[in-house]
Design a protein around this ligand. Structure first.
Ligand code: FE2
Length: 270
């Protein structure tokens, strides 16, 4: 029996969890939320405005928060909360924009599975986060393609097309860029008993374990497929909203922000 209220979002890309105050989270609600997260891939919880302590505690109810080395922590007390700030005069591409991706797909082992954002300062009418459902995209693939990719793997690299947004960010922060990382993973995964596409276009370099002459065609086909309007939900933020997604089943990207400030608090969870 469920004791939380859930509404599907547009195109069934994830779900809203309604009428909940995460400041007063109990064990049974936390379990229901985690179940919904695994089932829907991404959950949206409006207007929570959590203090750092409650926000970090909510993350801990989902899994183990991890320190994300490329982004700065809020402070010593809250090392797991990364501040993602877009300043009005920033001219670079937004961090994580322009390419759908699945966070840290270039790590071989111990990949953090979930990413969570809370809106701290939200500009009007800009900076939506775009989600694509790997579950829905897989389901709608023609059987012929499903068959061709059933044993396929992808080579994912931190130097893939999205890396330009990271390199710009690192330059801004004065960090010396680290060496690129590369990993190979199956591109069809099963989450919660359902198959999903793991193709992270921002990191995908090559598809393997398919006919060599079809590798490029399949890569382009799948990238175009997950970008189709029917699998997309563009989430419009309000201050205090929380989005929490499973990187195995959901792809995401930031959209452009111009001439205004936006601050998000991010926690990465294993
Ligand atoms: Fe991302």
């Amino acid at each position: 029996m469920t004791n939380i209220s859930i509404t599907n979002s547009k195109n069934n890309v994830g779900a809203y969890i309604n009428d909940i105050d995460l400041q007063k989270l109990d064990q049974s609600k936390a379990e229901e939320i985690k179940k919904a997260l695994n089932q829907f891939g991404v959950i949206f919880i409006k207007k929570q405005n959590l203090d750092p302590e409650s926000y970090q505690n909510f993350a801990k109810s989902i899994g183990q928060p991890v320190v994300y080395p490329r982004l700065k922590g809020l402070n010593e007390k809250f090392p797991f909360i990364n501040v993602i700030e877009r300043k009005p005069d920033d001219k670079n591409l937004s961090f994580g924009s322009s390419w759908l991706h699945q966070d840290t797909s270039y790590l071989a082992n111990d990949r953090p599975r979930y990413t969570m954002l809370m809106g701290i300062e939200i500009p009007d009418g800009q900076g939506n986060t775009i989600f694509s459902s790997g579950f829905n995209a897989y389901e709608k693939l023609p059987n012929e393609i499903k068959d061709k990719i059933k044993d396929a793997t992808g080579i994912f690299s931190s130097a893939g097309p999205i890396s330009i947004t990271r390199l710009e960010r690192e330059k801004e922060m004065g960090i010396k860029s680290s060496e690129s990382m590369e990993a190979e993973h199956p591109i069809v995964k099963t989450v919660n008993g359902k198959k999903t596409l793991y193709v992270s276009p921002g990191h995908l370099m090559k598809i393997k374990s398919v006919k060599e002459e079809e590798a490029d065609y399949l890569k382009n086909y799948l990238i175009e497929h997950v970008n189709k309007e029917e699998f997309i939900f563009s989430y419009e933020w309000s201050k205090g909203d929380i989005c929490l997604w499973d990187n195995l089943s959901i792809l995401h990207m930031a959209s452009e922000i111009k001439n205004c400030r936006r601050i998000m608090h991010r926690i990465t969870i294993k």
